[in-house]
Design a binder for this molecule. Structure first.
Ligand SMILES: *Cc1c(COP(=O)(O)O)cnc(C)c1O
Length: 361
């Protein structure tokens, strides 16, 4: 692989971050970009100014959706170091998503290096208040101008960065979720386990429908029978039964979350009985009626842990912990954020340090 080229801007003034960052609305000055062609492979890696991308109107991605993305975070620790959380696992997922979308895979070591370089250059954009971080969005899309359905011969990979606040501005408050069997997000043997735009397009209608009814999000059931719970919009789901914390097993239609994986490991470290298995919505309701469901929470990079206060299925309402965050939700959130901000030992080698780069201001 070629060396990364740099075409950095001269900053007129130091970076000043707004008081309220929100989520995904502010972008840093620079992006990483590289191109793919069948003859040259991945080439021309460069870190340069963020600009609009010129696109041919026939770019295949615009018509046939051949694209993938991922999302991870960089944190500024208590000792002012910059760290990434499990970037290798996210890069592995990029390649898994790519493979399924017929997109050429990337060199994992090289992409990690590119991530580290870009974040190091944009270090002044990393916010440091509790809950804040730098969201990293790598993505690849088919860029060949062609009308007709087949894999593109050309691709672009980009990484953009966005300083973000806590995902839920109201704070660590339980959300209200609608279990739907009117719509499905993905089916087994489909694309559900890839971060590809089609899955999110497929979720919009049901999401808006749920919002109109007063819910934050949808909990999807399996695409075949609408019997087994799968996941929430951009989060995996965990159900706390009396003697077990269970999460739907990965079956090909569920996104394999890195936070999900981390939570499973942490629960094991704590000697809590955690299982990955089929969980039917009927089982959840039956056990709830017996008083055996003690909590529900979602996991994902954006929100980290999101307590679920209410679940509604076919007009049957369930509530957990009186609409307050559960004990386990709080404990997991604190464990993960303590890891992110360097407050506790990184036993599983999940943290990757980023060297700061000086650029002229
Ligand atoms: C990104 C995502 C998740 C969470 O994955 P993380 O790696 O934990 O961020 C879960 N479900 C869907 C559909 C997602 O897009």
């Amino acid at each position: 692989m070629e060396k990364i080229k740099y075409s950095l801007i001269k900053r007129e003034k130091p970076v000043v971050l707004p008081e309220n960052l929100g989520f995904g609305k502010i972008f840093t000055d620079h992006v990483f970009e590289m191109d793919y062609s069948s003859s040259q492979g991945w080439h021309n890696p460069v870190i340069k100014k963020l600009e609009n991308i010129p696109m041919h109107p026939a770019s295949m991605y615009l018509h046939y959706g051949q694209g993938i993305f991922d999302g991870l975070k960089a944190f500024k620790t208590d000792s002012d170091e910059i760290v990434l959380f499990r970037p290798q696992k996210h890069i592995q997922r990029i390649n898994n998503s790519a493979k399924k979308l017929c997109i050429p895979e990337v060199d994992t070591e090289f992409l990690l290096q590119a991530l580290i370089e870009l974040v190091g250059i944009e270090k002044d954009w990393i916010p440091s208040k509790p809950g804040e971080s730098l969201y990293i969005r790598p993505f690849i899309y088919g860029s060949e101008p062609f009308i007709g359905v087949r894999p593109s011969d050309f691709y672009k990979l980009m990484i953009i960065l966005s300083p973000v606040g806590a995902y839920y501005p109201e704070g660590f408050k339980p959300v209200k979720i609608l279990v739907t069997d009117d719509y499905v997000r993905a089916v087994r043997k489909g694309l559900g386990d890839c971060k590809t735009p089609a899955n999110y397009a497929a979720s919009l209608y049901a999401g808006e429908d749920a919002k109109k009814k007063g819910f934050t999000q949808v909990l999807w059931l399996d695409g075949v029978e609408q019997k087994y719970i799968e996941e929430v919009g951009t989060m995996n789901i965990f159900i706390q039964f009396r003697n077990e914390v269970a999460t739907p097993m990965l079956n090909g239609s569920i996104l394999p979350g890195v936070t999900r994986d981390s939570v499973i490991q942490i629960l094991k470290d704590w000697n809590i009985n955690v299982t990955e298995r089929l969980i039917s919505i009927d089982e959840v309701i039956e056990e709830y009626k017996k008083g055996n469901v003690t909590g529900v929470f979602g996991t994902g990079t954006a929100a980290i842990i999101s307590p679920v206060g209410w679940l509604t299925y076919k007009g049957f309402d369930m509530s957990f912990n009186n609409g307050q965050p559960g004990e386990l939700d709080i404990k997991l959130f604190e464990e993960l954020t303590s890891l992110h901000y360097g407050k506790i030992e990184d036993k599983h080698d999940w943290i990757v340090h980023v060297e700061k780069k000086e650029i002229e201001v």
